[in-house]
Design a protein around this ligand. Structure first.
Ligand code: DX5
Ligand code: ZN
Length: 218
């Protein structure tokens, strides 16, 4: 499954670009929210979700790279988000947050950065829909996939198989035609791609379809 990250899209033509990847077979749309504190950059808020909601039926997944995600959940849900992904780094005990997202009737994702021990997510795998293994340090699009990520995805795959095989394994950062197969064969099932789709010379639709094909052949 491919989740185009609109962070790399042309914001002057955002609706058009989302329609293009949706028509080309994207499985969901990934929306990167940055607060300038948890990560050293600012990006977008719930108005963007609200603006995109009427133009696509694809699930909208919101990746909250923020220090205090609880403050923003309601706003994103009202705007039309389907999945809320929060970072383990800012949640010493993520259980109340997982419950809160569930009570809003939305899917729950738990993300963790490249420097966090993969084992830290294990106790929560039964309670989430998606585990997001960051393959770069979050904050900016266009970074290179960290090679050690592959071993981490394998570890996560083994833990997910043991505790909750229905939990999706998503990878985010530096996913392109070269790295996607490696991540797929390590056990990832959902691939976020920004630059490799919206920055592709061949255009977003062709780039997306190439990634879809490569992700299947593992
Ligand atoms: C990283 C974000 C990513 C980013 C991926 O901070 O969470 O979703 O947009 O971008 P690419 O695919 O360009 O690495
Ligand atoms: Zn992201």
């Amino acid at each position: 499954m491919i989740a185009p990250s609109i962070l790399a899209a042309d914001f002057a033509r955002l609706g058009e670009q989302v329609r293009e990847v949706a028509d080309a077979g994207a499985n969901r749309i990934h929306i990167d929210v940055m607060d300038g504190h948890f990560v050293p950059n600012l990006s977008m808020g719930s108005v963007v979700v609200k603006g995109l909601r009427p133009i696509t039926t694809l699930p909208l997944e919101v990746h909250l790279m923020v220090e205090d995600p609880g403050r923003f959940l309601d706003g994103f849900v009202k705007a039309g988000a389907d999945t809320l992904i929060v970072h383990l780094e800012v949640l010493p005990d993520p259980r109340p947050m997982i419950e809160q997202i569930r009570s809003l009737g939305k899917k729950v994702g738990l993300a963790f950065n490249p420097d966090m021990a993969v084992e830290r997510i294990e106790p929560f795998l039964r309670d989430i829909d998606l585990a997001l293994c960051m393959t770069v340090f979050p904050g900016f699009g266009g970074q290179a996939y960290i090679p050690e990520s592959t071993q981490r995805i394998k570890k996560l795959r083994a833990m997910v198989n043991m505790h909750n095989p229905a939990c999706e394994i998503e990878v985010d950062g530096g996913i392109d035609a070269r790295t996607i197969r490696e991540a797929a064969s390590a056990g990832a099932t959902v691939f976020v791609a920004g630059t490799a789709i919206f920055g592709a010379a061949k255009g977003p639709a062709a780039a997306l379809q190439e990634l879809q094909q490569l992700a299947k052949i593992v």
